[in-house]
Write a protein that binds this ligand. Structure first.
Ligand code: GLN
Length: 318
């Protein structure tokens, strides 16, 4: 039988936690145990490890016990702590939205680079309307908020309007809370929409981390994923239902459509599963044959983001 965690010192409390989470099947038992105890003692992991003799008072031991029980049942550490670090920022997370994944930081970096490139490569006389960027399926708001913060740091925050959409009003509420928490709520417009609203100004950049897991692969995900909203993961038969629907919207929503004069066409950046590059390239070639498309790998070298650009002089597709 499992003994509940007792008050004591960090070293023994931690060891007990690691052992319990290992037995419960966590693949990251030590990290989980350290993150949870550090959160409860309000110390970072290095401080915990550096001071193994530090006391764990009774209240902290009881809180740790409750956290271990939740983690033993498979709940993600991020939901237990109530936040997740992403792109150097702390995001509130709860079951209203998917927990931001580290690989999605690439999407933020690429969108930031696209925005900077547009803002710095063409003259923008006073009165030029702000650059329009959309984060489609924003969930916790991680992409939209990180992008807004990155642009503010580069002192171009005022030159960009960000639209963040989600079909879940609950997720959007969480995203709004995160935008407020990072002081960028005035830069982001939150709209409940199935992908994108039916009307609106043309977008220079569309970034999207849509659900892309094939339905049949959902049960095989780590148990932690079963605590997350299924609609945030399930992309249908081959995972690409929503990606294909968004591709079909691009001719209507991206800047540079028929009858408009633009220096360059709009760009879409879509996160994909590492085994979906060929399928997405085919879907793009079928729907947007003239549009250049390339796949950008993540830090581990795996295909992760597809970049699709509307040709500048493009006339009549869509
Ligand atoms: N990469 C995520 C996962 O493996 C999937 C995210 C998504 O569907 N957008 O859980």
């Amino acid at each position: 039988m499992t003994e509940p965690v007792r008050p004591g010192i960090v070293a023994t409390t931690l060891a007990a936690g690691v052992e319990r989470l290992r037995r419960a099947g966590s693949e990251s038992a030590r990290l989980d145990a350290e993150l949870l105890l550090g959160h409860i003692l309000r110390r970072d992991r290095t401080a915990l490890i550096a001071h193994p003799e530090a006391p764990v008072p009774e209240a902290a031991a009881a809180t740790y016990e409750a956290a271990l029980v939740r983690r033993e049942a498979g709940e993600p550490v991020a939901y237990i702590r109530g936040f997740k670090e992403f792109h150097g920022l702390a995001f509130s997370v709860d079951p209203r939205a998917l927990i931001p994944r580290p690989e999605t930081e690439l999407l933020v970096d690429l969108a930031t680079a696209e925005a900077m490139e547009i803002l710095t490569s063409t003259p923008r006389p006073a009165g030029t309307p702000p650059l329009r960027v959309a984060d489609v399926g924003t969930g916790s708001g991680a992409v939209a908020v990180s992008l807004a913060v990155a642009l503010r740091r580069r002192r171009v925050g005022d030159e960009v309007d960000i639209l963040a959409t989600d079909r879940s009003a609950e997720a959007l509420q969480l995203a709004r809370e995160n935008a407020v928490g990072h002081g960028v709520a005035d830069r982001i417009r939150f709209v409940v929409a199935d992908l994108l609203p039916a009307d609106g100004e043309p977008l220079e950049i569309v970034a999207a981390n849509l659900p892309y897991v094939p339905s049949a692969a959902i049960p095989a995900l780590p148990i932690a994923a079963s605590f997350e909203p299924r609609v945030a993961l399930d992309g249908g038969l081959d995972g690409l239902d929503l990606v294909r629907r968004l591709l079909e919207l691009l001719p209507r929503v991206l800047a540079g459509g028929p009858g408009t004069v633009v220096a360059r066409g709009g760009v879409a950046l879509l996160e994909i599963g590492s085994d979906q590059a060929d399928a997405v390239a085919t879907a793009v070639a079928e729907r947007l044959p003239e549009w250049p498309c390339r796949v950008i790998p993540d830090l581990s070298g795996r295909p992760r983001v597809v970049r699709i650009e509307r040709p500048a002089a493009e006339g009549s597709h869509g």
